[in-house]
Design a protein around this ligand. Sequence first.
Ligand code: CAA
Length: 258
Amino acid sequence: MEYILYEQKGAVGIITISREKALNALNSTVLKEIDATLDAVNLDEVRCLILTGAGEKSFVAGADIGEMSSLTKTEGEAFGKIGNDVFRKLEVFPIPVIAAINGFALGGGCEIAMSCDIRICSDNAVFGQPEVGLGITPGFGGTQRLPRLVGMGIAKQMIYTGRNIKADEAFRIGLVNAVYTQEELMPNAEKLAATIAKNAPIAVRNCKKAINDGMQTDMDQAIVIEEKLFGDCFESYDQKEGMTAFLEKRKVEAFLNK
Ligand code: CAA
């Protein structure tokens, strides 16, 4: 891999986008490598992922403007699809993904963060969808995920103005769950990931699927989705162990992901 670092620490996988000279901007190669990295995650061992950017200045400063500058209409649509397909893979990835946003999260950077399950950031983080200032729309899901996350009014204001916001405002509007100093960001991301990884993995996966799938449909269908995923848990060893441990007033010995 040219631009992606992947490290497994116990049950936590850490993906680092490492193209620091271009503030980790997403060109086609970076996108392909993220895709390949996700395909290679060992889902028997890894129970939570962290996605971050290399360096202390930028998480991801957007899609690569140099690469996009000469695209035709057809090529533009195809480039959008490459990004959308990878981001969707991240969004529906079986295990939770935490975005640890360590600086600029602009355009495609904000969009990849929004494809993750949970966002936390450093106090120097800057968020925005500046695309209209470049003559384009957000093209990696920003017009769809930002309104779903922060509400239509704030999303429209951010997208139409192209104005960037700082970490405290991102926290206030619910775009991130927490703000840390740069030094505290990764330790807190790892702590959060480890807390998630300690829980019954099949249950956590089913929670992700229930929330993701249920939020895309009406309540009547959504509760049916929940019932099915709830029911599925009762086939698992981990449900037996979790409930038996409670009834026997002891700690869970181990969740075995089965
Ligand atoms: N694409 C390509 N290169 C980028 C880039 C991007 N999105 N963002 C930064 N870079 C490059 C710069 O060109 C520069 O390269 P050189 O040293 O070779 O000139 C290097 O990264 C450092 O950047 P700056 O010198 O500009 O650093 P700065 O500290 O002065 O400014 C910044 C930082 C405010 C983030 C500024 O770089 C910037 O505005 N970047 C573009 C942000 C942006 O508009 N993102 C949205 C892209 S469009 C998009 O993402 C579409 C989509 O939805 C799919």
